[in-house]
Design a protein around this ligand. Structure first.
Ligand SMILES: [Zn+2]
Length: 414
């Protein structure tokens, strides 16, 4: 069984909600705060696992239940001996519940929609708001149909029909075998009305209870197919919803926080500018002695700093690798686009202040050349740099909290 208290708080910042701690799993410890790279289909795109642990320095990865269920399917994962063996990753793993993808992917696929809805982004990319994620009175969201029992959806791969219920999501996550799994939630659009947010939140709470009951019953029966060594070895996190509304967020945090989860995820729709507020409302209501994961958010250093300041322990976000594949690198002076002609003769590293493997060995001119030549090494090098930068930024925040210097550290970014 899990050691009692999988999470230890080591130090708290006296001036904010920031804290440093350690999450224990059967595959090792995660020192928090920590940035968790996304390995959607059991791979951090374009990177060897050895690079993710070594050159990036990540302590865990997060894979996606929806994608692994559709392809290659749970039978293959069970035969492989679980996610860790399948992808040759020996450190801790998370899987999300598939809720976000089930509800949004049909509408959002191929359009670069991020979970963090930033209206300026939608405008920049000329994405019609009607295409973003629709939800409303008819409860039709693109390719998904919701009822109180679960959600029926069409595969983005072949259009076949599938159904997730809270029980099914947990069963699939048991088969995948990640160390930390999430309850199945309804992820609403940030454009949904308050009435709909409330209805979806209440349903998420009923589903959370069903997830815990099913998880515990299977553990008790020894039927948890978890590949991490038998029953009861996976930690289950509940998800707080409630959109952008303070009363709903607090209500959701109180209800989910009172349930017997091992930790918590903060899910779904909020606007970029709400990170500093909504996360704080939720963390004030959640129990102090359990870890808190901010789901799918953290595309810019400032998002991570605000999250940490408001009590987040772990983050995942696809942005560092997604923008890397599109030719954008983080730098201490903001993002740079390597397709820009001025980089063709620029022999500086991607970021002069970065100490990553890529910045030690490669120039902007070389990587710009790789992008222009459509060489796949471009994505690999830029992904290592971008992930290293966010992983280290969060690690330095942890060190600052431990040294009682978080307020000082924060000033570099705010
Ligand atoms: Zn670098």
């Amino acid at each position: 069984m899990y050691p009692l208290g999988m999470f230890t708080v080591e130090s708290k910042d006296p001036d904010s909600r920031a804290r440093a701690g350690v999450i224990q799993t059967l595959h090792g410890e995660i020192e928090t705060p920590a940035f968790i790279p996304v390995a959607t289909k059991a791979t951090v795109k374009a990177l060897l696992p050895e690079s993710v642990s070594g050159q990036v320095g990540a302590s865990a990865v997060l894979a996606n239940t929806y994608h692994l269920y559709l392809q290659p399917g749970t039978d293959v994962l069970i035969k492989a001996g679980g996610l860790h063996k399948f992808m040759n990753w020996s450190r801790p793993t998370f899987t999300d519940s598939g809720g976000f993808q089930v509800f949004s992917l049909g509408a959002a696929i191929g359009k670069g929609i991020s979970k963090l809805k930033d209206s300026s982004f939608v405008e920049q990319e000329n994405i019609p708001v009607s295409d973003v994620v629709e939800s409303g009175d008819d409860k039709e969201i693109s390719l998904a149909k919701i009822d109180d029992e679960g959600v029926t959806f069409k595969s983005v791969i072949d259009g076949s029909t599938h159904r997730f219920t809270p029980e099914r999501s947990i069963e699939i996550q048991h088969a995948i075998g990640a160390d930390i799994i999430f309850a199945f939630d309804e992820c609403t659009s940030p454009y949904a009305s308050k009435e709909y947010q409330k209805e979806a939140m209440d349903r998420t709470h009923r589903w959370a209870k069903r997830c815990i009951e099913f998880h515990k019953a299977r553990n008790a029966e020894g039927e948890n197919g978890g590949q991490v060594g038998g029953s009861g070895k996976q930690a289950l996190f509940g998800i707080v919803q409630g959109g952008r509304y303070e009363d709903l967020r607090k209500e959701s945090a109180r209800i989910i926080g009172a349930m017997d989860f091992d930790g918590f995820g903060i899910g779904g729709s909020f606007d970029k500018k709400d990170i500093g507020t909504a996360v704080g409302w939720v963390c004030d209501e959640l129990p102090e002695n359990k870890p808190r994961h901010l789901l799918g958010i953290g595309s810019e250093p400032i998002d991570l700093i605000l999250g940490i300041e408001n009590g987040i322990d772990t983050f995942d976000c696809v942005a560092p690798t997604r923008i890397a594949r599109n030719g954008s690198a983080y730098s201490s002076k903001g993002r740079i686009n390597l397709m820009n002609a001025r980089f063709m003769n620029d022999f500086d590293p991607l970021d002069r202040e970065c100490e990553c493997y890529v910045c030690k060995n490669y120039s902007r001119a070389y990587i710009a050349h790789l992008f222009r030549s459509k060489e796949i090494l471009a994505a690999t090098l830029t992904s290592i740099h971008n992930l290293h930068l966010v992983v280290q930024l969060v690690r330095r925040a942890r060190e600052a909290i431990l040294e009682g210097k978080f307020s000082e550290y924060k000033k570099q970014y705010c």
